[in-house]
Design a protein around this ligand. Structure first.
Ligand code: ZN
Length: 163
């Protein structure tokens, strides 16, 4: 098990302060904050087909928090994942310099029961793009939260070939 070290949390706070703004939730017992925000985001999901509502909340290296939810479509393959929606929001806000520090992902079904879920393969590729060492937090089948690095979730990943 691993999660953000206290020094990381302190660094996020320091960076946020240096950038002239404090994260909206200053307490930042960080993963708890991200898990709560992910659950809020999941409530906004558009999931009429699977009825699986997924939410993601990430912390950028600069200290910002961005969220996303899944957005399904009648043409199933057009659906978007919560994780990539959160990344898009972060890039929109912070620009190309955005780096991922941590992300929490959660989901619940039509009955409101929280379900275990982990980022899909496509999202794993998207996560390592912005933070190979970022902490990724999600629920295991036994209901416990697991923290791993984005890089550990996707060994042998695609990278743009260099000459
Ligand atoms: Zn995904």
């Amino acid at each position: 098990m691993r999660g953000p070290r206290p020094t990381q949390v302190r660094d996020w706070l320091l960076r946020a302060t240096m950038h002239g703004h404090l994260p909206d939730d200053i307490a930042m017992s960080d993963l708890d904050t991200l898990r709560a925000r992910a659950l809020q985001a999941a409530r906004q999901a558009y999931a009429p087909y699977s009825r699986l509502r997924v939410g993601a909340a990430l912390r950028s290296a600069a200290g910002g928090v961005y969220t996303g939810c899944n957005v399904e479509n009648a043409s199933y393959t057009l659906g978007n994942c919560a994780e990539r929606a959160a990344i898009a929001a972060a890039v929109q806000a912070e620009g190309a310099g955005f780096r991922l520090a941590a992300i929490a992902v959660t989901a619940f079904d039509a009955a409101g029961d929280v379900l275990p879920i982990s980022p899909c393969g496509g999202c794993r590729q998207a996560l390592v793009e912005f933070g190979e060492d970022a902490t990724v937090s999600f629920r295991q089948p036994d209901g416990q939260w697991l923290e791993v690095t984005a890089g550990a979730l996707l060994p042998h990943r695609f990278s743009f070939p260099e000459r």
